[in-house]
Write a protein that binds this ligand. Structure first.
Ligand SMILES: [Zn+2]
Length: 229
């Protein structure tokens, strides 16, 4: 039986047929929980009615792969350089239930986002699971879909502290943006930021969340390096 909590990447076929119905996935961003535009996909011999938001959520979660499908590029959190180009983009995930191998899961999320063209181009990419680990890649080379991360570490306690405020961040993405802002402004910067080169390049950067290329996301404040401290 197909169960969308199975943490296995599955090839799903889109039928392309759109009709009015109730979405069966019902993710946090679902637009057809009580009825709306849905499409039918085939997931392991079973037809699933799903709204557009939930298709994207399943792909971004590394659970579905849909041949030929492309998704809008978007980042939950982005560190932009002085010219507004993304230096580091972050895919923020709540820890899924029943997860035991974080590393292969994070690699699968990255691979799926690359395959579906869903990441804005940036020098660095991070999959951040909360609670759990951060996985950081450098994307300067032609992307290797199965590359090992440059760094893996556990920022759970730091992110929990930013969630206590003040001001208390409204969402997990807000908390991650605040955590990154503090980490990149810290003197000395944290080990992961120094070893990866992010800290050296993050002078005069802005942390935004809900970043879509060509638009302005929301930015809490401009990062100012604090020399000599
Ligand atoms: Zn839905």
């Amino acid at each position: 039986m197909a169960d969308h909590h199975d943490l296995v990447l599955r090839d799903v076929k889109a039928t392309g047929v759109v009709f009015t119905g109730r979405c069966e996935i019902r993710s946090a961003t679902c637009s057809a929980k009580e009825g709306g535009a849905v499409t039918a996909v085939w997931d392991e011999q079973r037809q699933v009615d799903v709204c557009g938001h939930c298709i994207e959520a399943m792909v971004r979660a590394g659970e579905w792969r849909i041949a030929g499908a492309r998704f809008r590029s978007h980042a939950d959190v982005a560190v932009l350089d002085a010219d507004g180009r993304p230096l580091l983009i972050v895919e923020v995930k709540k820890r899924p239930p029943f997860l035991d191998d974080e590393d292969s899961w994070a690699k699968r999320v990255r691979r799926n986002l690359l395959v579906h063209g869903a990441l804005p181009p940036a020098e660095y990419f991070m999959v951040l699971m909360h609670p759990g680990h951060a996985h950081l890649w450098c994307e300067l080379e032609v992307p290797d879909l199965d590359a090992e991360p440059l760094a893996t570490w556990d920022p759970t306690e730091e992110i929990k502290r930013t969630r206590q405020g003040p001001p208390a961040p409204a969402s997990l993405e807000d908390a991650v943006a605040e955590w990154l802002r503090q980490a990149l402004a810290a003197q000395p910067p944290p080990d992961w930021a120094v070893r990866s080169g992010v800290a050296q390049k993050a002078r005069d950067t802005v942390v935004e969340w809900q970043y879509v290329p060509g638009t302005h996301g929301r930015s809490p404040s401009r990062l100012t390096p604090r020399p000599g401290r």
